[in-house]
Design a protein. Sequence first.
Length: 492
Amino acid sequence: MEHPASYRNRRVIVLGLARSGVSVAKVFHALGANVIVNDMKERELSPEAGELEALGVTVICGYHPEDLVTADTALLVKNPGIPYTASPIKQAEALEIEIVTEVEVAYLLSPAPIIGITGSNGKTTTTTWIGELLQAAGMKPIVAGNIGTPLCEAAQEADAGHTLVAELSSFQLKGTTSFRPHVALLLNVVETHLDYHGGMEDYVASKAKLFANQTADDIAVLNWDDAICRTIAEQLNSQLLPFSLTQRLDKGLYIEPPYEIEPEQPEGNARSAAEDTAFEGSSHTPVRHVVYRDAQGVTTSIIPVDELGIPGKHNAANAMAAIAAAIASGASIAKLQEPLREFRGVEHRLEYVCERNGVTYYNNSKATNPAATIVGLKSFPLDRIILIAGGLDRGSDYMELLPWFAQLKAAVTLGETRGKLAHVAQLAGLTAVETVEPEGDAEATLQEAVRRASALAESGDVVLLSPACASWDMFKSYEQRGRIFKQSAHTL
């Protein structure tokens, strides 16, 4: 697209309110465009509309007018979550009107270099960690994008001395044309959001747009353990800076000694299944280090893996990606160790809560599906975990958890899926299984689950809330569920 200032006195449609829609509408209105904002939500459910109407922006709520997109429309900016099957988007496509997301607009506004982070998993943790690393290195990061602050707001706040650290979804990237981050990270790619993209081809292509406009002056950080990332690397025009858990690299970030390639299911022995996870430095595992090798082949040991502030192999990968982004942005390696040790993760994502009587409590309420719960389980020795799981029943049988449940110390189930999960645990041969029936209200039920898990635990164990289910059967959100868990652990 053209620079936003070039749309003065031209018709710009903003499709979807929310924070990003409000932000981008304000940008074009301030630059003199004729802005029309449209949202399918009814007016009473769209409190953001009043803010824009007070500025003189036209806002239409509750339906898509047939004449919304006209031949004289210069640009359509869509909320990332709105599907391309929506009628205004189909109309714009038929009229060959450019369709972009807020990310494209922000890029053209920003005087600051951008670090763009995407991937199927780990985006929020890695984005937040990069911000912490850059701050410790004396730089001026602004963390924004899909993580909270709209990128347009951050772009207007920034000057050339800042660095925008932007979490980006495939939905956002699909609507870009000229977007060019100086440092671009792709953490991993797995099947997800296929209902939106229509298949893996479009999903991968949307992720790959992060690198499409990079040049030899830019840096691409890619997960070398991911086959799709390696394929995308073949198409790069930028400098490659890979990271790997399982391979020593000629250039990039890796683990020394490397981890073995992980089986899809745990081994029959719980301790051997956990050997490559969080408890580095024990008698069962070698002491592993995060290592950086530069283009001249000089290697620098940055930090032992077991000193990272958050546990798990997946977080070691996130740490390497964050370190790569910091180094690529000019940060001194010597200033990275302290924030690598002190970072405690993002709330509700394998978040350390407290230690009580030698038992540690972790909040992984964001694990709203079995795959996410398995990632959490892999972060600790399985035979020391007392798992709290359960929530909204979406019809899954949860059998993929069976080989993992077979290794646990105990499980406490609650919510609509409490019976299903207890059944899987019993099929797995787990004898220490408790099911918490509703205790009057959701908060009391979760408090009871925490009490039972605590009673099953002994010093050295981990009580892990990793529900494998959405929260809406009992709570307004996974955030509410996680905060009640934390309060319950602190008040045992």
